[in-house]
Design a protein around this ligand. Sequence first.
Ligand code: ASP
Length: 341
Amino acid sequence: MKRKVLIIYTGGTIGMEKDYETGSLKAFDFSTIANKIQEINLLDCEVGLYQFQKPLDSSDIGPRHWKKIAEIIHENYEDYSGFLILHGTDTMAYTASALSFMLRGLRKPVILTGSQLPIGHLRTDAKENLLTGLYYASYYENNEAVIQEVALYFEYKLLRGNRCMKISAENFDAFKTPNYPILGQSGVNLEVDRNVIFRPNINEAFRIDTHISNKVFLLWIFPGMNFNEVEQLMQNSEIKVLIIKVFGSGTFFSDKNIEKSLQNTRNKGIEIVVISQCISGEISVGKYDNSNIFKRLGAISGGDLTAESALAKAMHLIDNPNYHEDFATLFQRNLAGEISN
Ligand code: ASP
């Protein structure tokens, strides 16, 4: 049976070519993609295309577009075997994380890819990423999709979407999942590590939950920072979740005035989540005395979540009427393979 993959083209470098008059990169009409990558016609799967009306630099992609992508997948779920989202690399890890929480009970591959060089460039990485992305999006065995999660394919590696971070603005090898193994690798064969791929709960039917709140704030602390400003911001805003990127495995200033200021934030009902400034490893409250403040404040450990995933998870869970447990319990639960328990 011929598999069908829906390409959802949102924009980014992958869909750009050089305008020889101006010398700048600009988006081309993606429906002509088969003229640029003729190999698409040779694939053993049918390809459908949904193009964003105006291709976007991914720095302009946010909650509105995450919802739209989730809805497109929902509307086309029965008609396609898999989905390939073409997206700028800059915020791809955020979109991948958000989609992993919005697409519940997913049983088909949803793969994001893009490129560092435009498709029209002689040395482009777009061709490989797109073609192998299509392979992974149509990869079935015994009538079952091998990948049943939101993943990101880039430079020969298949990675869990909500564990990704963009680590290079220069190298083709631009993404990493520092706290999780690679899901698959493409060499001569298309490989998938069956021990690490995600499987949804078998009782959960596919549905979307596109709830997203923007009442979330991320704070990266640094030695010598002025916490009065932070307190003022917290007291005068509608923020409901404050994610703090703390040092190492969870250490923080021992200054009592700063603790008081954070206590005032908690008293206002704001949830505090702690994640690490380190790229790999996890939060371990209680390991150092300078992390015990988070126990006293009743803060939530973000474990080994990336900032991208912690933000998307908090935005999805806070005030979400579809969940009935408290935010702290939900936040610490592994919902889509994003956190190690
Ligand atoms: N600025 C571009 C974007 O993220 C970069 C890329 O596509 O790689 O949309």
